[in-house]
Design a protein around this ligand. Structure first.
Ligand code: MSK
Length: 634
């Protein structure tokens, strides 16, 4: 039974996981918990970033006795090169996701599998890019916009088009620091070139390129991913859903969608609602079909369709361990290869769909935009027909489930504010009421909390405890990625329940605007939404982004994408707090450039703060927000 009046605690989640691991033991399943033990202690050189394997003269490891690699590169050059390569991996990944969305937009047609759902947004972007819309068919416009967007990846001249959305001051900082991203692929490619043996070893140059590659992601590839997903599948608006492992249904066919790209999951959701498929499920003895999401694919379909979220990154194995998962259907990124062997311990079909994420022990059902409908239908059918193979004696669905209101795109946030103040000024709205709340002190500020889970941090604990601390201090929290799911699982997105954990000011704002105190802004690529939010807030307020009482935070991050994100958040002028070190502590110079008062702070008016003590990380964020308020004399 659910107790809707209380937050779900991390202890309850851990208890549920332990029960699932017991089932796993019965069937000989491996687990990430066990693999962490096998991998501990971790390599100290890797953790400090002081191992170089860029050429085959080494690998070289820097120690007091061997302060330089064979080529003569010192520890600062090695750490900075590793950091840039890490960033390039993340920027490439996000941006390639964005590219596939552009291709999907190019495939959109009237009556086709993919259609334009938000024509207003498409028209707005077309105008922004100088593309004619007057008297043209919407699909003709869509195809031209998609082509222009695809050119952003490889254009020979100029910088990213979306940079113009930033305040002029920010654009000038980027220009002066020579970090305006040019073609998206060029920044990734140049990062690999700069870090090749015998190229850059100057930390300043490598860290600046890290910011530039990050910006090519956040204000380039990721922004394309977000904007054109909205055009295709609808710009999110508030919708109620549920979260946590208890969203799996014991009498239904459970299909889990996992990964990042909504092109697949949208189609799976569509066919799971097909009367023919539901009838087939009933023939198999199920009551129907339940689709639930994991990781950012989960966020995408939750935000637009209210599909329940079964869990975040470190819960992906849990969905299989319930014994009630007919299929786990994955696209790209953050998918454990462990799901293959794990699924073999149960009846679960582990279905990979992308040439980019192929894994052993999986059923590969290639999905492409051109044949999306038939591919998705086949996947749903496969899951439905697998229901009869379920071993009921292994079924255990922990009854943990929270209510959550999700779907806070920038457009939706502005609309909520409009509803309260009747201050609607134009088609895109204004953030002035939000600025007024912060100026008056009713809200002290905001934190953008993002990122993954990482076994180095007690899973979800840092996210949830930090959020609770911020809410108590009247700081509103906007979230995305696995951080968003942590909040949803705990109940911090329940507009009825969560305000009781807030300070008086935030509680009043939530009541007045009808929002939860933690706003779900989407998936990892949707951190680009947060950049727009910060940019628009600075413009509406008339100050620089770095002056807003706003900080970024990734307390449990783990992936290359997160480093790329961190770089564009910092480069946008937002101090960013990390709970996991980015393999840079081996170099005092790189640490200074990223975290000190020189380097990033001088170039873009923001820097990183790394603290693995979560309590003190939270205290520092609050102090930073209060210092920004004091500087504004508010
Ligand atoms: S899914 S990158 S574990 S947020 Fe976007 Fe979660 Fe991190 Fe993947």
């Amino acid at each position: 039974m659910n107790d809707w009046d209380k937050l779900v605690t991390v202890e309850q989640m851990e208890e549920a996981t332990n029960a699932l691991l017991e089932t796993g033991k019965k069937v000989g399943a491996d687990s990430w918990q066990q693999r962490v033990k096998n991998q501990t202690p971790h390599c100290g050189f890797g953790e400090a970033g002081t191992c170089c394997r860029i050429c085959t003269m080494g690998p070289c490891r820097i120690t007091p006795k061997s302060p330089r690699g064979i080529c003569g590169c010192d520890v600062h050059g090695i750490v900075a090169r590793n950091y840039l390569r890490f960033t390039a991996g993340g920027a490439a990944t996000h941006s390639d996701h964005g590219r596939s969305i552009c291709h999907t937009l190019y495939q959109a047609k009237e009556g086709g599998a993919y259609q334009v759902k938000d024509a207003e947004k498409l028209t707005r972007i077309a105008h922004e890019w100088g593309i004619e819309t007057e008297g043209r068919d919407i699909y003709e416009v869509a195809h031209e916009v998609a082509e222009v967007a695809l050119m952003e990846y490889g254009k020979p001249f100029g910088v990213q088009r979306f940079l113009k959305r930033a305040p002029e001051h920010t654009q000038k900082l980027w220009h002066d620091a020579e970090i305006e991203p040019r073609a998206i692929d060029r920044e990734v490619s140049q990062s690999m070139h700069m870090t090749h043996m015998g190229c850059s070893s100057l930390p300043e140059a490598l860290i600046k390129q890290s910011l530039r590659a990050g910006l090519s992601d956040g204000w380039g590839g990721s922004m394309c991913g977000t904007e054109f997903s909205d055009v295709l599948f609808g710009t999110p608006k508030p919708v109620d859903t549920t979260a946590n492992i208890g969203v799996m249904e014991k009498d239904m066919v459970n299909i889990i969608v996992h990964g990042h790209d909504p092109s697949l999951s949208e189609m799976v959701v569509f066919y799971a609602n097909d009367p023919e498929m539901i009838a087939l499920a009933k023939e198999q003895g199920a009551k129907g079909i339940n689709v639930a999401g994991v990781c950012c694919t989960g966020n995408e379909v939750a935000m637009r369709k209210g599909i329940p979220m079964a869990g975040n990154f470190l819960q992906q194995e849990n969905v299989v361990l319930t014994g009630a998962c007919e299929a786990i259907v994955v696209d790209v990124q953050c998918i454990f290869p462990a799901l293959g062997p794990l699924s073999k311990c149960f009846h679960t079909k582990f279905i990979t769909t992308s040439p980019i994420a192929q894994m052993p022990d999986a059923e590969y059902m290639r999905f492409s935009e051109e044949t999306a409908a038939e591919n998705a239908k086949k996947i749903v059918r496969t899951a439905v027909l697998n229901f009869k193979n379920r071993d009921q004696s292994l079924v255990n669905i922990p009854q943990l489930k929270s209510k959550a209101r999700v779907g806070y795109s920038v457009e939706a946030i502005k609309k909520c504010l409009d509803g309260v103040t009747n201050s609607h000024v134009d088609e895109t709205g204004t953030l002035k009421p939000l600025a007024d709340c912060v100026k008056s002190g009713v809200l002290r500020g905001a934190v953008a909390m993002v990122g993954c889970n990482n076994p180095k941090v007690r899973p979800d604990y840092a996210h949830i405890e930090l959020m609770k601390k911020l809410l108590k201090n009247d700081i509103i929290v906007v979230v995305s990625g696995c951080s968003a799911q942590a909040a949803a699982k705990a109940g911090l997105m329940d507009p009825e329940l969560a305000p009781q954990y807030c300070g008086e000011g935030l509680k009043r704002v939530c009541k007045l605007v009808g929002i939860p105190p933690v706003l779900h802004m989407g998936s990892c690529v949707d951190i680009s939404r947060m950049m727009i939010l910060a940019a628009d807030l600075a413009k509406d307020w008339g100050i620089n982004i770095s002056q807003i009482p706003l900080v970024g935070c990734a307390p449990e991050w783990m992936s290359e994408k997160a480093v790329s994100i961190g770089n564009y958040v910092v480069a946008t002028g937002i101090d960013t707090y990390l709970g996991v070190d980015p393999y840079s502590k081996g170099s005092t110079e790189v640490t200074e450039l990223l975290q000190g008062e020189t380097g990033c702070k001088e170039w873009v008016e923001a820097h990183y703060i790394v603290d693995t003590d979560i309590e003190s990380l939270g205290d520092k964020m609050i102090a930073d927000i209060e210092a920004k308020r004091a500087a504004l004399a508010i």
